[in-house]
Design a protein. Structure first.
Length: 418
């Protein structure tokens, strides 16, 4: 296997040491020749890049830092995306604006996720077009949120080979394994849904243990939704389902909190950058775990390894639906188990969704389709309709008011609506 070149778009992110840790851990199995960190911030490239260089130590990996996207992409085998258009300041607005209208504020779900998508889709389409020009055979591994929606936009509007990735499935698998006291590789998730809107049945050694998990783990100490809901559902939902199951409860929590999640993370990020600047630091600091993204490096590097080495392993990824979930459009992107090899991701047949989850999945997928259309066309009518059909937005009046505030707050990042 040829030595690989990897480009990281958003390489100045505080997440980058987590990613690099994975490349170091799997270096003997996956030889990387060059990692290029691309970012719009020279200051971040300096601080984060210096830490990465120290982490790499004596490994034969060339580290390149650049603010030129073309330079980063040209010649790459894999391009990883982890950008945040507008930074944490924009995320803070995404979380604050919905609260004015009695709607919960969250960065990937509801109006907050909608605003983030509108800012991000055009930028990611530009990244994909650069890949078409300068690295037409490269794979785009997309971590940029909302990951499923962004991946669908790229697959709908470009010819780039793209796979979306999220750390929710591996975190679910690891937490199940810990609770059941078995090795993680023995836990199989019959996983189905969309990014941040997914459900799973849990098997160990071919035996369905979902009921045990729900009754004793997710319904008490480990769960984020009420036990009676889990009992009625009969499947393990990922964390983000709490926003749909208990929106009033979450809204109360947000309205009474001293600060939003983004405001808290702004402090964490500032502290992380201080730690990264320490010339004696040569590993990922413990504080990074509070930033989110746990096991991000594991899923990213394993996915790259599976493609590069044609391993034909099963990974849970964001991929073209095809006929995996017959209830959703074939050209939509879903988050399901897929066989990964040199030809990409081939989703397994998931079958029809149970009625208990079908309606919500179909509604959110329709919202995603309309959000992509709005982001690409700059149609305000489409933008308002996308907000209106989201299950967390209660009325057309609320959708209109939200849109007016979102447009005003983020006008610098929404040129398509001018």
């Amino acid at each position: 296997m040829d030595a690989l070149k990897v480009a990281v778009i958003g390489g100045g992110s505080t997440y980058t040491p987590e990613l690099i840790e994975g490349f170091i851990r799997y270096y003997d199995e996956l030889p990387i020749e060059q990692i290029t960190l691309m970012d719009i911030s020279t200051d971040r490239l300096k601080v984060v890049g210096d830490l990465v260089q120290r982490m790499l130590g004596d490994l034969s990996i060339k580290l390149v830092r650049t603010t030129d996207r073309r330079e980063a992409i040209e010649g790459a085998h894999f391009v990883l995306s982890q950008i945040r258009v507008g930074g944490l300041a924009a995320r803070a607005l995404d979380e604050q604006i919905p609260l004015k209208y009695g709607v919960l504020g969250q960065e990937t779900t509801g109006p907050g996720g909608f605003a983030k998508a509108l800012r991000t889709v055009p930028v990611m389409l530009d990244v994909a077009r650069d890949m078409t020009r300068y690295a037409p055979d490269a794979w785009l591994i997309n971590f940029t949120n909302p990951a499923g929606l962004i991946t669908e936009a790229i697959l709908r509007h470009t010819d780039v080979k793209a796979i979306g990735l999220c750390n929710v499935p591996i975190n679910m698998q690891l937490s199940m394994a810990k609770f059941l006291n078995v090795p993680p590789e023995q836990v199989e998730l019959q996983y189905v849904g969309l990014n941040h809107l997914s459900w799973a049945r849990v098997l160990v050694g071919g035996r369905d243990v979902t009921g045990k998990v729900l009754e004793t783990h997710w319904g008490s100490s480990g769960g984020h939704v009420d036990a009676d809901f889990l009992r009625a559902l009969g499947m393990a939902p990922n964390y983000y389902l709490r926003y749909f199951v208990h929106p009033d409860r979450v809204l109360r929590e947000q309205l009474t909190a001293e600060e939003t999640r983004a405001e808290y993370l702004q402090g964490v990020e500032a502290e992380l950058l201080k730690l990264y600047a320490d010339p004696d630091l040569k590993e990922k600091p413990k504080l990074l775990e509070t930033r989110g993204g746990a096991h991000y490096s594991t899923v990213a590097v394993r996915l790259i390894r599976a493609i590069a080495q044609d391993r034909r392993e099963v990974h849970i990824v964001n991929v073209h639906n095809g006929h995996s979930i017959p209830d959703l459009p074939p050209d939509s992107v879903v988050e399901v188990p897929a066989v990964i090899g040199s030809s990409g991701a081939h989703p397994l047949d998931s079958g029809h969704l149970p009625p208990a989850i079908r309606g919500l999945a179909v509604a959110v997928k329709a919202y995603e389709e309309m959000t992509i259309e709005a982001a690409v066309t700059g149609s305000e009518d489409t933008a308002k309709m996308a907000l209106f059909i989201h299950p967390l937005v209660p009325s057309w009046e609320t959708a209109t008011a939200l849109w007016n505030d979102i447009k005003a707050a983020h006008q610098a990042y929404l040129p398509q609506f001018k």
